[in-house]
Design a protein around this ligand. Structure first.
Ligand SMILES: Cc1cc2nc3c(=O)[nH]c(=O)nc-3n(C[C@H](O)[C@H](O)[C@H](O)COP(=O)(O)OP(=O)(O)OC[C@H]3O[C@@H](n4cnc5c(N)ncnc54)[C@H](O)[C@@H]3O)c2cc1C
Length: 539
């Protein structure tokens, strides 16, 4: 993995995550350019990463995860910090994520174009979703048939998933078999980035198959500390490879693909950001861009936890683990069974009220009692299921800012949840929880539903529901927007993802999204990288 061709390359890519792996593949494809991909974490060659059912089991291991904590806020989780998992190692967050394949809604991208980002409408980006995808259902007008990312239908193992979908229909919600079809709305089973019982991370899809290309160098355990700039032009990076400092130069471009937390941090450490903030940490401001680290957007998420009359879900108990033994055997011998699946089987996209013209809520259903990213072990040992409601297009924005000028120190992450002036995020969330309760009390779930563990059936008014929801509020691990694309004074990159005011420097990852897409963010990030790689090679 650690082959190296000297210190000079055409392109240097910082971060081997969802975007970085796509770029490393595409920019080396025609053989004309040398590329060095620098990844702070390991090669991620671990059974834990490969096994879909291990999702969440290794969430807290620093080897695979940066495991940040957000700035605590008194009214959120009673003052406990929100956990911010971010994948570390080849594949980045796609190596630790829940593998749900979702693109979002057409209007999300059309909105980016309306904001002045020419070339970013849905029709512009659709070819890149298709280019990246092999859908197990075959090629169609909307789906790809021979891309590197493997998207498959999953067998449903948990009865509660089936009942949840039936109950949704009884409660008046549509059922769909394709959240990425012409209309996202509906409840159903998720398609996942899993192939032959193994996780298909961005590394598995794009990077590992091309590692032998002579023009591609991949360095792992290589943490970049800053981008080197001269006369407002990027010419290389300082990087610590297994702790030893090296300086690498890029003749064409440096590309930041460190994700929504690390990319703005690296820009600031390199002297690009809000001058007053940089000065505070003793960093010379090379170029002032006030928007770096601002506009942090995240899918805020509340859960309804339900105690089950049945015992067919997953529990972290001696009997629960014993029940998994046959599945472990099936997995070890043939990559089949529950461990070959994401535990998130069912969910959907619904409207929080009848006046909405498109879904503004996403539902995730887990066949276990799950809160605090699995850290609430007492809850996990009981029988039940967890129904999550997330606000698809939150208006609150937060920040990623420096805690110090040291690259080793985590930045400060402040989601600033529910800070939007109109209070829309709160309203959508409460209405979404009410919609969910309609599903939970539909006849198809009667044999499972015993009572609400959280918020609790007694909590009925908006204020009661909201107060309880905040005690267990979470996010869906989709931070975006901290290096947003645009033309206004808070924009960091232009529509070619070039950093405003700096030559030979781009940011290509989830941080460039000006607003959140309506759904999980892995596929959109990879499509963004596909699109820019194509632009770089053809212009
Ligand atoms: C727990 C979890 C569950 C999720 N579930 C889903 C899901 O089911 N479906 C979905 O679509 N999306 C999901 N997501 C979100 C999705 O995976 C991310 O939006 C996407 O992977 C982001 O891609 P990225 O390229 O922006 O960043 P990442 O994939 O996070 O890549 C950034 C890479 O840069 C590296 N890096 C950072 N700093 C440095 C540095 N200084 N030097 C060198 N390397 C550095 C990191 O180690 C990392 O490998 C989930 C995310 C998480 C964390």
């Amino acid at each position: 993995m650690n082959k190296s061709q000297g210190n000079e390359f055409d392109y240097i890519i910082v971060g081997g995550g969802s975007a970085g792996c796509v770029l490393a593949n595409r920019l080396t494809e025609n053989g004309k350019f040398t590329v060095c991909l620098l990844e702070a974490g390991s090669d991620n060659n671990s059974m834990l990463v490969k096994t879909p059912g291990a999702f969440s089991a290794f969430m807290f291991l620093k080897k695979f995860n940066w495991s940040f904590d957000a700035k605590p806020r008194k009214d959120i989780r009673n003052g406990d910090p929100l956990f911010v998992p971010r994948g570390r190692g080849l594949g980045g967050s796609s190596a630790t994520n829940a593998m749900l394949y979702i693109r979002g809604q057409k209007q999300d991208y059309d909105h980016w174009a309306e904001l002045g980002n020419d070339g970013w409408s849905f029709d512009d980006i659709l070819p890149y979703f298709k280019k990246s995808e092999t859908n197990s259902r075959g090629e169609s007008e909307l789906h790809g048939g021979d891309g590197p990312l493997q998207v498959t239908d999953r067998p449903a193992f948990y009865e509660i998933s089936k009942r949840y979908i039936e109950a949704s229909q009884q409660a008046g919600f549509k059922v769909t078999d394709d959240f990425n079809g012409s209309d996202q709305e509906g409840v159903g089973y998720y398609q996942c980035t899993i192939k032959d019982g193994k996780r298909c991370s961005a590394a598995h899809a794009y990077l590992l198959p091309v590692l032998s290309r002579p023009n591609l160098t991949v360095l792992t355990h290589a943490q970049v500390s800053k981008v080197l700039l001269k006369d407002k032009q990027a010419y290389g990076v300082d990087v610590y490879v297994k702790g030893a400092k090296r300086t690498l130069t890029a003749t064409k471009e440096v590309i930041l693909s460190g994700g929504s937390i690390a990319s703005p941090q690296l820009l600031m450490l390199s002297g690009i950001g809000d001058k007053s903030e940089l000065t505070q940490h003793g960093i010379d401001c090379v170029h002032e861009l006030k928007g770096v680290g601002k506009n942090l957007r995240e899918h805020v998420d509340a859960c309804v936890l339900v105690k089950s009359k049945k015992t067919d879900g997953f529990t972290l108990s001696v009997t629960g683990l014993l029940k998994m033994v046959p599945d472990a055997m099936k997995y070890l011998t043939g990559k089949k069974g529950k461990l070959a699946n994401s535990i998130l089987e069912a969910g959907g996209f619904i409207k929080s009220n009848d006046n909405e013209n498109r879904p503004d809520i996403q539902l995730h259903m887990l066949p276990l009692l799950y809160d605090d990213n699995g850290r609430d072990l007492k809850l996990l040992s009981q029988h039940g299921f967890s129904c999550h409601v997330c606000v698809l297009r939150p208006e609150s924005t937060g920040t990623v800012s420096l805690k110090s000028a040291r690259y080793q120190d985590a930045p400060e992450i402040d989601f600033n949840l529910f800070s939007d002036k109109e209070g829309k995020d709160k309203t959508v969330l409460i209405n979404g929880m009410r919609q969910l309760r309609k599903i939970l009390t539909a006849p198809a779930l009667a044999q499972h539903y015993e009572n609400e563990v959280h918020p609790g059936n007694a909590f009925e008014t908006d204020e009661q529901i909201f107060a309880k929801a905040k005690e267990r509020i979470g996010t869906v691990f989709h931070p975006v927007g901290t290096c947003k694309m645009g033309n206004d004074e808070m924009a960091v990159v232009d529509n070619q993802l070039k950093v405003h005011g700096i030559d030979k420097l781009r940011v290509i990852d989830a941080s460039i999204m000006p607003t959140l897409t309506s759904g999980n963010t892995n596929a959109p990030t990879m499509a963004i990288a596909e699109k820019i790689a194509d632009m770089m090679l053809t212009h």
